[in-house]
Design a protein around this ligand. Structure first.
Ligand SMILES: [Zn+2]
Ligand SMILES: [Zn+2]
Ligand SMILES: [Zn+2]
Length: 273
């Protein structure tokens, strides 16, 4: 990839500050849900409004990395002031995580460059099929298509100076990817952590973890299941994400143990990467 920011090297500091912004913390339907009049969907607390799941990681001096291109990417970029994307990391190819991919055209125009994107083999294949117009060079360009340099993740990778540890997690029967950056990990869309992935999650400072609702679900952790993961990993701080309308923000947080909170759209964290 062409490097708009310096690569890691002896002259670079070992760690850099970075800012994480939660662009969306909702489940696939978003909250409020279409046609629902429950208390959460009617809430006027902005933390009860949840766009589709995605985070944005800005490393001091670059790169700025988007995790997933949610259905709501245009709105998220406008509201949160996202004006640069140096790379995209995909967790998996479900619609709520990829359907904003066409919005990447704006970043191509602003940056006058293709944007590298990284995904596991299944997700890369799904993206090539779902977005054939992007990846099929024979198609007429029309109003422009995103310029994406799609690469398959085969292990730890570096995006400029940012070291990325992919972590296999199970979303029902499907293995998908979580990502770890130094002592921060983002694990959306999962209901089980396979044996080989637990050691990769040792020593976390901040964990972001799927917690859909209280009732069990075949492909997402419930709150109590997510708390079992927290009890085993013991991160300093945990934020739950991919939240449905069953969990009102204030009341749910009041019942969570110290060091565990629901994330919300617009929440920002300072981390070292
Ligand atoms: Zn999802
Ligand atoms: Zn509702
Ligand atoms: Zn999913």
């Amino acid at each position: 990839m062409s490097e708009p920011f310096p690569a890691a090297g002896p002259s670079q500091p070992l760690s850099r500050r970075a800012r994480v912004t939660f662009l969306g913390t909702g489940t696939s339907h978003g909250v409020p849900m279409i046609g629902c009049a429950c208390a959460t969907c009617r809430s006027t607390d902005p933390r009860d409004s949840r766009l589709r799941p995605s985070i944005y990681l800005e490393v001091d001096g670059g790169p700025s990395v988007l995790i997933d291109t949610s259905t709501d990417l245009r709105q998220q970029a406008l509201v949160r002031g996202v004006s640069r994307v140096d790379a995209i990391l995909f967790t998996h190819s479900h619609a709520d995580h990829v359907m904003g991919l066409d919005e990447v055209r704006r970043f191509n125009m602003l940056q006058k460059a293709a944007i590298p994107a990284y995904a596991d083999a299944r997700t890369a294949a799904d993206l090539r099929r779902t977005f054939a117009y992007i990846f099929d060079a024979a198609d007429q360009k029309g109003g422009g298509v995103p310029q994406i340099a799609l690469e398959t993740i085969a292990g730890p990778l570096a995006v400029g100076p940012l070291r990325v540890q992919p972590i296999t997690i199970l979303h029902g029967v499907r293995p998908i990817l979580g990502f770890r950056f130094n002592a921060f990990a983002y694990l959306t869309d999962c209901n089980r952590i396979p044996d080989e992935s637990w050691p990769l999650l040792d020593g976390l400072d901040v964990l972001v973890l799927d917690a859909l609702r209280h009732r069990p679900h075949p492909t997402h952790f419930s709150v109590s299941e997510a708390l079992e993961v927290v009890a085993r990993l013991k991160p300093r701080q945990t934020y739950f994400t991919h939240i449905c309308h069953d969990l009102p923000h204030v009341a749910t947080n009041a019942a969570l143990p110290t060091g565990v909170e629901l994330a919300y759209d617009g929440l920002t964290l300072e981390i070292d990467v």
